[in-house]
Write a protein that binds this ligand. Sequence first.
Ligand code: MRU
Length: 352
Amino acid sequence: MSEFISKIRTIQWVDNCSRMVDQTVVPYEFKYVDITTGQQMFDAIKTMIVRGAPAIGIAGAHGVVLYAMELEKENLSRDEFIKKLLEKADYMATSRPTAVNLMWAVEKQKDIIKNSKSDIPGIIEELKQNGIKLENEDIEINKKIGDYGAEVVPKGASILTHCNAGALATVGYGTALGVVRSAFAKDKTIQVFADETRPRQQGARITTLELTMDGIPTTLITDGMCSYFMKKGMIDMVVVGADRIAANGDTANKIGTYTVAIAAKYHNIPFYIAAPLSTIDTSIKTGDEIVIEERSREEVTHINGKIICAPEVNVINPGFDVTPHELITGIITEKGILRPDYKTSIKEAFEK
Ligand code: MRU
């Protein structure tokens, strides 16, 4: 890994606050912001200062600590503190609806709040330590995903990815880009095609920055171009991340992923999801139950503050789509690569 990427921790608990890379300004600027209150964290998640399913999970966990530190100043009884903190945690989990890692990490913090035998300062310390543990585990998990995934990358492969499932979507290393990183460590002849990912350009702004900083050959294409390059035989496999995976393997990821999966199926190109088990929501049977975030019309009507369409035009802006499980070749997790039938392989992965 390059000096730059290996040093990145996208989000980290330091000096009693949550320090994160401000992803709204990448790649024009690379700066860290310190989030010091629960409400600031809610807004940072909603406005996508921090983004990517695993990263917003950690952000949610930190957000609960920040709320706990604020409530400590209110001189509440221990019972009142716990009641109010659980309410704040539930609120934090509503900052974005699709990525289940957010709810997963907040639930982990809620378990501590409910089960701790400590006094208020003790509970806060336990929450902080748990946040730091989740951070460290995220990087370890991503490296395992990367190594399992690298085994299915053909020699000299051209890998297409959509959105950003990289170091900046996690605490570090990345999921889909973790696979790319691990594969590149073994084989310097691989290359990546990065979809720009309208409307927020995570592919163009973030994925190309991450990969070129790591010295991995990368070609930026617009979203509509993927089938053109597949037909020309220029794509050997697709690897993308995930925001929520249902018990049957149906997978929500950034809007446009479904189109890529259909094109890959048509051209007989393997289509992989790379995600930690914390992205799998076994409480839902199929992708139909996944709530899809609706985002603002301005994300579509404007680029860099400039309008690009007729001002009165109708706009619909879903942030994610769901790729049906039958289009997915495998789900690369920290427990290995899950294969169809996913109902069985997902169940077995949780039992491992
Ligand atoms: O809206 P975003 O930028 O948070 O969406 C990100 C994605 O869709 C990623 O592919 C997904 O969260 C996986 S990140 C490892």
